[in-house]
Design a protein around this ligand. Structure first.
Ligand SMILES: [Zn+2]
Length: 462
């Protein structure tokens, strides 16, 4: 067997690893390269390190765009095999790819109108249809054969709805081997989803390294902190703005707010989820209740209630409904995209409220350097929104407990429990994170095998 690392090598986007087994080819993930130099990203997305027509099957770990977003380009370039995933992943991929295509079409329009240049989207909504026709879905624990002599199984990764750890049992001419791909690994004790399934044995592991040097805050204090924050802001008559990441984090917030409402911990002020994408994703979450952690969701399921819909919670779809939120004078909670405040409806809400000292901006995700979100977190006295300067007078609170990725200790513990490992590949992390994970597996886990941090395009014989 050979493994070629075609993305997310010493970086966090464009997850894509090509396995060659008995002359057949399986692609693990087909993610879009995002951020960084636009030209390089475009090139990496368009030029594959293999011939798409020669790939026999794609196995998808989960729906995030950095794991699924380059599927339309792969299909346009000649891939005609099957795409294997869980049903939750398939339904989320449809929503996310359609949204991505729509944004690309809008961007191309904007560039043409304002700069007179023709920009070609990487793919369009019609291309997504061709992708969706190739899907075949399996449950967690169900075995399937993506190619001859390979038996594959999905296990719950606990990262986002439908996310999977991929386990492969491989028969070659003279040998047998097993390979596990973590995809993105979730965390224990998070709302909605189950804890990541613990794989107990494998020969080779491809592991993510996103937060290999970070330790996240525990989720156990989130309810108490939110109760305190919300009551405080309501007392002073302010609004709470939450820049939201549409998949998983928004649903987790809605879930916790619903619990606080039900338990009478916070007053029943209006809550707005002002993002059509989040509203579509919540509908997918609502459809697939089989993925919920039964223990934590029992209080809703017993009462036949959905965690994601309740009186007081409003999903706003069109622009008019979004604008109407500005007319609300009393305290309310507004969750709106985008997460880093770079685009989307959150900008309108910030514009209307950031100069009011009664406002609280609740940051629940990572804000990259150079984004408006980072300026807000760093407490810059003035910030630019839609080319206009505003005084930043709002209170800002950062909560780090919402991360959907295993942290340093969780990754090390997870890997330590996999017996029989001979080789580990550390991917899906900045170069420093991959190196920290490698060093810690050697020094803390006392691993006696080999750990490799591959470069983009590296290929290895196993
Ligand atoms: Zn992910």
């Amino acid at each position: 067997m050979r493994i070629k690392f075609c993305g997310a090598a010493k970086s966090v986007t464009g997850s894509s690893h090509l396995l060659t087994i008995n002359d057949k080819k399986i692609l693990l993930d087909c993610g879009m390269v995002q951020g960084g130099d636009r030209k390089i990203a475009r090139e990496r997305n368009e030029k594959f390190l293999f011939s798409p027509a020669e790939v026999d099957a794609v196995i998808l770990s989960h729906a995030h765009i950095d794991h699924s977003g380059n599927l339309p380009t792969l299909v346009k370039a000649g891939f005609r095999g099957k795409i294997y995933s869980t049903i939750g992943t398939k339904d989320l991929v449809k929503v996310l790819l359609e949204d991505s295509a729509y944004i690309q079409e809008q961007d191309a329009d904007f560039i043409l109108r304002h700069f007179g240049q023709r920009a070609v989207p990487l793919f369009q909504v019609d291309d997504v249809k061709a992708v969706m026709r190739l899907f075949q879905t399996f449950e967690y624990g169900e075995k399937f054969a993506p190619i001859e002599n390979v038996s594959a199984t999905f296990f719950d990764a606990g990262h986002v709805l439908g996310s999977a750890i991929v386990s492969l049992d491989i028969k070659e001419k003279t040998s047998k081997t097993s390979l596990v791909f973590t995809g993105d690994l979730g965390r224990k004790n998070m709302p909605i989803l189950n804890d990541p399934y613990q794989i107990v044995a494998a020969d080779t592991l491809i592991t993510e390294s996103t937060y290999a040097s970070h330790i996240h805050d525990s989720f156990s204090n989130v309810h108490e902190e939110l109760t305190w924050i919300i009551n405080d802001v309501v007392k002073r008559g302010g609004k709470i703005l939450i820049p939201g990441f549409s998949l998983e984090r928004t649903q987790e917030l809605v879930y916790v707010l619903h619990e606080l409402y039900e338990d009478g911990k916070i007053p029943q002020i209006p809550i707005f989820v002002d993002s059509p994408l989040s509203s579509k994703i919540s509908a997918v979450f609502n459809k697939h209740q089989k993925y919920y952690d039964k223990e934590t969701c029992i209080k809703f399921l017993n009462k036949k209630k959905s965690p994601f819909y309740f009186r007081g919670l409003n999903y706003t779809e069109d622009k008019e409904a979004s604008k109407k939120i500005n007319e609300v004078k009393e305290p309310c909670i507004i969750i709106a995209a985008s997460g880093m405040c770079e685009a989307g409806r959150i900008l309108h809400h910030l514009r209307h409220n950031i100069e009011n000292p009664k406002t609280l901006i609740l940051v629940v995700g990572f804000m990259a350097a150079g984004t408006l979100g980072r300026d807000i977190v760093e407490g810059r006295p003035r910030v630019k929104i839609f080319k206009e300067w505003f005084r930043n007078r709002a209170e800002v609170v950062v909560m780090n407990a919402f991360s959907a990725h295993a942290d340093k200790l969780e990754l090390l513990e997870y890997i330590k429990k996999i017996k029989g490992l001979k080789k580990i590949f550390a991917v899906h992390g900045e170069a420093t994170e991959c190196a920290v994970l490698r060093d810690n597996i050697y020094s803390i886990n006392k691993f006696g095998g080999k750990i490799i941090v591959p470069e983009y395009g590296n290929e290895f014989e196993i």
